[in-house]
Design a protein around this ligand. Structure first.
Ligand code: ZN
Length: 291
């Protein structure tokens, strides 16, 4: 099962077709794509009886953030040893956690304004929580995951490294800096085509002249703290809530880690893709200052 946020409405997706959940369920489930995680088990059972390929053709530019207003957003820094190394930072003993404020969430195929000349890319696997809880055992953790999706942890490195200690949360929460989508893919659908613990993950730059460059190309098996460990460690400390999301960190290949450093320019776009989950794309434009 794939679910998405089409113009603010919850849909089931199959290929290029989408079935409106509120209409198909005769109002049993609301249109709000965020509300469904409160009734996740009930929704999954209903969705099994539906055929999304009977829905209408849709355009990716109408996709909003697959999870639009998570109650809590966790993001993990330095969760791949290769990325910690390129950042000049040591591998953490415990997950390094920050947040991306929800006002930064955006859709799967969008324009993003560059806040300055040090804006960087970070493709990330995003886990979406179904049933929440505290003190979730690592062995039970996958049962608390509603699905997986693709995210970009776009980062203004200047703001991120204002002062000491650094300010990860604000530097990664500017307008449009948290695209996620195109859909939340259930674990059974991932398992049918791939290994949920070892997905190919990467992103590619397209320049204004049409030339392309692979920026990141990794495997999620290289996470220092895999998703079950993150859920266990986070839920020891805080209650996980239905519809929370976890950005699980980025592999190596970011602009900050290059010599010389390279950052995004207006007119460029980045396509981020994860095996079994699909891809998202941002087109970068100059900051529009208020008149
Ligand atoms: Zn990140």
């Amino acid at each position: 099962m794939r679910i998405a946020n089409l113009s603010g409405r919850l849909v089931l997706v199959s290929g290029d077709r989408a079935l409106d959940v509120e209409v198909a369920s005769s109002g049993r489930f609301a249109a709000n794509p965020q509300a469904i995680y409160e009734r996740w088990a009930e929704f999954v059972n209903w969705a099994k009886t539906q055929d999304a390929s009977a829905g209408s053709v849709f355009d990716a530019s109408a996709l909003g953030p697959a999870v639009p207003r998570p109650p809590q957003v966790f993001a993990i820094g330095l969760n791949y040893a290769s990325h910690a190394g390129e950042s000049g930072l040591s591998v953490p003993e415990n997950p390094m956690v920050f947040t991306k404020f929800v006002s930064s969430f955006t859709g799967a195929d969008v324009e993003v304004e560059l806040s300055g000349d040090t804006v960087d890319w970070e493709v990330e696997l995003v886990a979406v929580i179904g049933e929440g809880g505290r003190d979730i055992a690592e062995s039970d953790a996958w049962q608390h995951v509603a699905g997986l999706t693709v995210g970009q942890d776009i980062s203004d490195r200047t703001v991120q490294f204002w002062g000491d200690p650094a300010q990860f949360s604000i530097g990664k929460s500017l307008k449009g800096f948290a695209p996620i989508g195109p859909a939340v893919v259930s674990l059974d659908e991932v398992d049918a085509v791939a290994d949920r613990s070892d997905l190919a993950i990467g992103c590619t730059l397209t320049r204004a002249d049409g030339s392309t460059e692979v920026l990141q190309n990794g495997r999620t098996r290289d996470m220092i703290f895999p998703i079950p460990t993150l859920i266990a460690k986070l839920s020891e400390l805080v209650e996980l809530l239905p519809g929370d999301v976890i950005f699980t960190g980025t592999p190596d290949g970011v602009g900050l880690g290059r010599d010389p450093r390279v950052y995004l320019q207006p007119g460029q776009s980045v396509t981020s893709e994860i095996e079994a989950l699909g891809s998202i794309r941002q087109r970068f434009v100059p900051r529009r200052l208020p008149a």
